[in-house]
Design a protein around this ligand. Structure first.
Ligand code: THU
Length: 163
């Protein structure tokens, strides 16, 4: 009887944590869908929104901002991260990404994966569809065997122009 009660309490705890997590994810995806409305994408007509959650609970949103000089366009994820960093935030918990694709989850480009990786490999990325359904990944899953800021600090050979 006592054992059953413990299992029941553990089960409730786990369910509460899961529900809390799902509510947080849903909220962040909602914010990314809102941000998508501001997308400036007259060339691609491909709207993207992002919502970045910091460890203190602050959310920074972003959208893609294109340019007549095509290569100057910036993705939604990088807009959100740049907004956060420029306001003193570097500790990220999760980022939600949304687009208008209803048959597949939006997946961040290689450049954005590296941009996320700059601030750690162990935080969440929620790839979503317009109906709010999502896939959860970690930055490190999206960019395995990555190069990051720590790599610049490791011991290097002294030999210059060896070859
Ligand atoms: N784009 C993003 O903003 N984020 C992504 O994850 C993928 C692509 C933007 C860049 C460009 O403005 C448009 O989508 C089409 O590539």
């Amino acid at each position: 009887m006592g054992d059953l009660q413990i299992i029941d309490e553990v089960g409730h705890d786990a369910a509460d944590r899961l529900n809390g997590h799902l509510a947080e994810v849903k909220e962040l995806i909602g914010r990314s869908l809102e941000a998508k409305k501001f997308a400036y994408c007259p060339y691609s007509k491909f709207r993207v929104g992002a919502a970045l959650l910091t460890h203190d609970g602050t959310v920074f949103t972003g959208c893609n901002v294109e340019n007549a000089c095509f290569c100057l366009g910036i993705c939604a994820e990088r807009t959100a991260i740049s907004k956060a960093v420029s306001e003193g935030y570097r500790d990220f918990k999760a980022i939600a990404i949304s687009s208008d694709m209803c048959e597949q989850f939006i997946s961040p480009c290689g450049g954005c994966r590296q941009f996320m990786r700059e601030f750690g490999a162990n935080w969440d990325v929620y790839l979503s569809k317009p109906d709010g359904s999502h896939v959860e990944m970690r930055v490190g899953d999206l960019l395995p065997a990555s190069f990051g800021p720590e790599d610049l600090k490791v011991k290097k050979s002294n030999i210059m122009n060896e070859f």
